[in-house]
Design a binder for this molecule. Structure first.
Ligand SMILES: [Zn+2]
Length: 352
């Protein structure tokens, strides 16, 4: 397999450059790749007036950087992100990403933080199989999960997400793009675009890959207001997205009460393998979920106490953070997120 690789720089800052992989140019031979490369690159650049094209090359799959994938069950591959907050990493590649290979096509679960991460995932998928990438499922709106989506769209995928995702992502699109441009070198974020889904899940939906089916479920506000889970029926593998954090400190960006209610609702019933949005896979729900449950309950309890004591938000946040101190050694990136969580919890619970 050969891939078309296009050098690009920002039109307004020609020293900020990177490389773009164009999935439509994937070809079995170098010659076939070359034959279509110039036309493909010109067409792609036509839609990107913010970029200036440079060298066009056809590179062998084996020579390109690929995301590391682990097969955790038959046909289920996971890329494990670094369990830290985006700000603490050189590239923001912190989310777990899934690849499910079926007879009729490949479903990808989340696409990473940037075009570069999406491209690395695409290269890794092409090392596994030649089957078409037919579906990209977004588990929620956060940048570490969605910003690589355009690569999968160009590879042919239909994008499916929670019915609330388009509005949530539209509101945040510019700030997400600004964030990765501020945090990382141009080679990581150049060419990154926000993609809106083609297909929305109201409550439940099924994706048929021929020899296996995926059950999608859209949940009420919890981690965010656009949380979606994916269950592979064939292996009982449940992708929770960020409804489950392991190792990395959970972040409340939807509803703390909703999230606690979700955890109490036995959401992993029937699952034999659980893939969280961040952290390692687990074969059983209870031990995987217990630390997050303890954390969220403590956050709610301490926040209610501060509100009950009559503290204003600014006074309450350090008090809540201090009260949660005993939990901090259990979680990565705890100091970076505790104030944000206390603020979100206060704003929600003060209306109880
Ligand atoms: Zn998230």
């Amino acid at each position: 397999m050969f891939h078309v690789i296009l050098g690009v720089c920002l039109a307004l800052s020609p020293d900020q450059c990177g490389t773009i992989l164009l999935p439509r140019g994937d070809s079995p031979t170098q010659q076939a790749c070359r034959a279509g490369a110039d036309r493909l690159a010109a067409d792609w650049l036509e839609d990107r007036p913010d970029l200036v094209g440079g060298a066009i090359a056809c590179r062998a799959n084996a020579d390109l950087p690929a995301a590391a994938l682990q097969e955790i069950a038959p046909g289920i591959h996971v890329h494990f992100g670094t369990s830290q907050q985006m700000e603490e990493t050189p590239d923001g590649r912190i989310a777990n990403l899934g690849v499910i290979v079926g007879r009729d096509g490949v479903a990808v679960i989340d696409a990473g933080v940037s075009r570069a991460e999406g491209q690395a995932l695409h290269v890794a998928i092409r090392r596994l199989t030649d089957r078409p990438v037919t579906h990209l499922i977004l588990t929620h709106m956060h940048p570490d999960h969605v910003l690589g989506a355009q690569v999968m769209v160009e590879a042919g995928a239909t994008v499916t997400a929670h019915h609330a995702l388009p509005q949530a992502l539209q509101m945040r699109a510019d700030s997400y793009l600004d964030l990765i441009a501020r945090l990382y070198p141009p080679a990581e974020w150049i060419g990154t675009q926000v993609v809106m889904p083609d297909s929305l899940v109201q409550d439940r939906a099924t994706i048929d890959l021929g020899d296996r089916r995926l059950q999608l479920r859209a949940w009420p506000p919890a981690h965010t207001d656009s949380d979606l889970t994916v269950l592979d029926e064939a292996t009982g593998t449940l992708f929770t997205g960020d409804l489950l954090f392991r190792d990395l400190t959970p972040v409340v960006d939807g509803s703390l009460r909703g999230w606690l209610a979700w955890m109490d609702s036995d959401p992993a019933a029937g699952a034999r393998l659980i893939v969280p949005g961040h952290g390692p896979v687990s074969e059983s729900w209870a031990p995987a979920a217990a630390p997050q449950q303890t954390f969220l309950k403590a956050l709610a309890d301490r926040t209610r106490q501060a509100i009950g004591d009559g503290l204003a938000l600014s006074a309450a946040v350090p008090v809540i953070a201090n009260a949660l101190q005993p939990l901090q050694n259990s979680w990565n990136s705890y100091p970076e997120t505790v104030a944000r969580n206390a603020t979100a919890a206060y704003k929600e619970l003060e209306w109880e």
